[in-house]
Design a protein around this ligand. Structure first.
Ligand code: AMP
Ligand code: MN
Ligand code: MN
Ligand code: MN
Length: 325
């Protein structure tokens, strides 16, 4: 997400450190002329481009790094602005973390990836820049924690019925202090030799449409958006192409999303083909949505979701951080 600016524009913009430059040179992938750089959106938006990552996970949900470790890795990769978007929790945020971010020279905004449903499909909405002291939002987080727990009970029962050996306490211990989710069940099945890999576990029992994909506990899309906007945040539709909808269905989702107060869409999510970025950019423009970008980082060593190293937003998008800067 770091800009490599054309010569003519780079002179008037902040200098890029040698360290950042090094990461710039890593061709995360070649996206042709569509998104070579984040430059100025247009003459009307004369703000400097900024390196940001607004989608990543810590061990407070299904990631493996502590929030401070995420900050350090992001800093090392030249990120200037970031949000930690754990699934259905903001427990990774603390005053200490904010102080550490300031000390590192990173601008840390609040974030969360909320699970909800729309037309019986599981949808993820990223909330950015909420007031974490908002009573309604705090209550919502508590409700999501409960929903995850009762969902985990249901998943345990489903897996047991299918003949797997699993106890909720075993999976809870894998989740530790984080919100419990399907990846923890997959981990358990792999660790105990009942599945050969995480992806096999998702493919066979936990993934979309499989018995362990339980969505009944989630709020509606409208409720999730209301929680975010009620706390002063911006609601961003996460990884829109992961839902495997037709373009017609996706447009219908976006129409409802905007109607409910959603204001942003992830145009860049992890490692993505240029054609997908173009499709998402077109949707952002069509529905007049802010564009967000994030790695969806969970664990080191996954190049398709490397923290701070996804490609830049196309020039014609309006970056979501302009909403509050
Ligand atoms: P949950 O939040 O419990 O609904 O679980 C969803 C999470 O599972 C996603 O955020 C991913 O981190 C992970 N996930 C989804 N599909 C797969 C897969 N095929 N292989 C591994 N992890 C997956
Ligand atoms: Mn996840
Ligand atoms: Mn997601
Ligand atoms: Mn995510």
């Amino acid at each position: 997400m770091r800009a490599v600016l054309p010569q003519s524009q780079s002179e008037s913009l902040p200098q890029v450190s040698a360290e950042t430059q090094r990461y710039d040179e890593i061709p995360f992938f070649n996206c042709g002329d569509l998104c070579t750089v984040v430059t100025l959106k247009s003459a009307a938006f004369m703000s400097a481009p900024r390196a940001f990552d607004f989608h990543c996970h810590s061990l407070f949900s299904d990631g493996s790094l502590a929030p401070f470790e995420l900050l350090m890795l992001a800093k090392e990769r030249g990120v200037e602005l970031m949000a930690i978007t754990d699934h259905d929790t903001v427990n990774g945020y603390s005053q200490t973390l904010q102080t550490q971010a300031v000390e590192l020279g990173l601008e840390l905004i609040s974030g969360c990836e909320i699970s909800c449903h729309w037309q019986r499909r599981g949808i993820h909405v990223v909330g950015l820049n909420m007031n974490l002291n908002d009573p309604g939002f705090r209550q919502a987080m508590q409700a999501q924690g409960q929903a995850r727990l009762s969902r985990a009970e249901s998943i345990t029962a489903v897996l047991q019925r299918l003949g797997f050996e699993v106890e909720l306490t075993q999976v809870q211990s894998l989740a530790g202090n984080g919100t419990i989710g399907r990846p923890h069940f997959a981990r358990h099945l792999v660790d105990t030799g009942q599945m050969s890999s995480m992806s096999t576990a998702f493919k066979r029992v936990l993934g979309s449409g499989k018995p362990g994909d339980i969505k009944a506990n989630w709020p509606t899309l409208e409720t999730a958006i209301a929680w975010i906007t009620g706390a002063g945040g911006v609601a961003v539709l996460a990884h829109p192409l992961k839902y495997k909808m037709t373009i017609t269905k996706l447009r219908s989702l976006l129409a409802d999303f905007v109607q409910a107060g959603g204001q942003g869409i992830e145009v860049v999510t992890g490692h993505q083909e240029p054609s997908k970025v173009r499709t998402l950019m077109d949707l952002a423009l069509r529905y007049d949505l802010y564009a967000s970008a994030g790695s969806d980082f969970h664990h080191p060593g996954q190049p398709w979701a490397a923290l701070g190293q996804a490609q830049s937003l196309p020039n014609s998008c309006q970056p979501v951080w302009e909403h509050w800067s």
